[in-house]
Design a protein around this ligand. Structure first.
Ligand SMILES: Nc1ncnc2c1ncn2[C@@H]1O[C@H](COP(=O)(O)OP(=O)(O)OP(=O)(O)O)[C@@H](O)[C@H]1O
Ligand SMILES: [Mg+2]
Length: 260
């Protein structure tokens, strides 16, 4: 069966997209799912976070978008069932090229040839709603929105949801809202709990039960080039992402049985 393609989207910076991309991908792989992580951000944080140097124009997602075969760009990682396509700053150039020649289906077509090799393909886009993110949303079956438990959390969400609707109404009717993931939760503060409650009320049934606590190990792991579970398995951060993977896989099973 073809891989389910999932994009971690939020146009706000620093909300936990990359942390979630790396650690959800690694957690799924640890549960024996075959996973491809695509770094689709010129910042290349998923790439360096898994211990790889940023690639030049001939390798990585820039080359993928320029027609290089996906299979030639895939790197194997320390996690047995996790592979990745890296990204570097060249990818930023693509934002202009795609803008001049609006083309939303490039990524989707580029992934077709590898879709049967994986259970899941996760995409880590940049903090913007530009052409790179639109290509990711057009390629995806599902979008997960990481959202920090902060006072302004819901700010900007309307814009993101409007963008998702437009993609659904236009280039990608298959796109589903997978859920909102509360990240960077301060367990000891009332504010964190209040924000979590506000988000759950605003989006009933759309917020993952699992939340990701603020945990120093999650911030440290990328500097060691490892997913947190390979850096400190017993940390709260590692356990939270394993729980998220379990919860999310449970949803997939329900969704599949509904399809039949
Ligand atoms: N739960 C957490 N606990 C502690 N630190 C975290 C947590 N989640 C993310 N961080 C740290 O916060 C910073 C921003 O996280 P991350 O890079 O995942 O966000 P992002 O949404 O991908 O950012 P960008 O929009 O720039 O791509 C990083 O330094 C990361 O290590
Ligand atoms: Mg990021």
């Amino acid at each position: 069966m073809a891989a389910r393609i999932v994009v971690l989207a939020n146009q706000k910076g620093g909300v936990g997209k990359t942390t979630t991309a790396i650690n959800l991908a690694a957690s799924l792989a640890m549960m024996e799912k075959m996973v491809l992580l695509i770094d689709f951000d010129p910042q290349g944080h998923s790439t360096t976070g898994l211990g790889f140097p940023k690639p030049d124009q001939r390798a990585g997602s820039f080359a993928l978008m320029k027609g290089a075969p996906a299979k030639a760009l895939i790197l194997t990682t320390e996690v047995p069932m996790l592979q990745m396509i890296p990204a570097g700053k060249d990818l930023a150039q693509l934002e202009f090229e795609l803008f001049e020649l609006p083309e939303l289906q490039v990524l989707r077509k580029a992934l077709e040839v590898v879709q049967d090799d994986y259970d899941f393909i996760l995409i880590d886009p940049p903090p913007s709603l530009g052409m790179i993110t639109l290509n990711a949303l057009t390629a995806a079956d599902e979008v997960i929105v990481p959202m920090p438990c902060e006072f302004f959390a819901l700010d900007g969400l309307a814009e993101l949801i409007e963008t998702i609707r437009r993609v659904q109404a236009g280039p990608n009717p298959r796109l589903q809202m997978g859920g909102i993931l509360l990240t960077m939760a301060e367990e000891r503060t009332n504010l964190g709990a209040a924000v979590a409650q506000e988000v759950r009320q605003a989006f009933p049934g759309k917020v993952f039960q699992t939340f990701i606590p603020r945990n120093i190990r999650l911030a440290e792991a990328p500097s060691h080039g490892k997913p947190v579970a390979f850096y400190d398995l017993r940390s709260k951060g590692a356990q939270a992402y394993l729980n998220l993977a379990r919860e999310w896989l449970g949803q997939q099973v329900v969704a599949l049985s509904e399809e039949r």
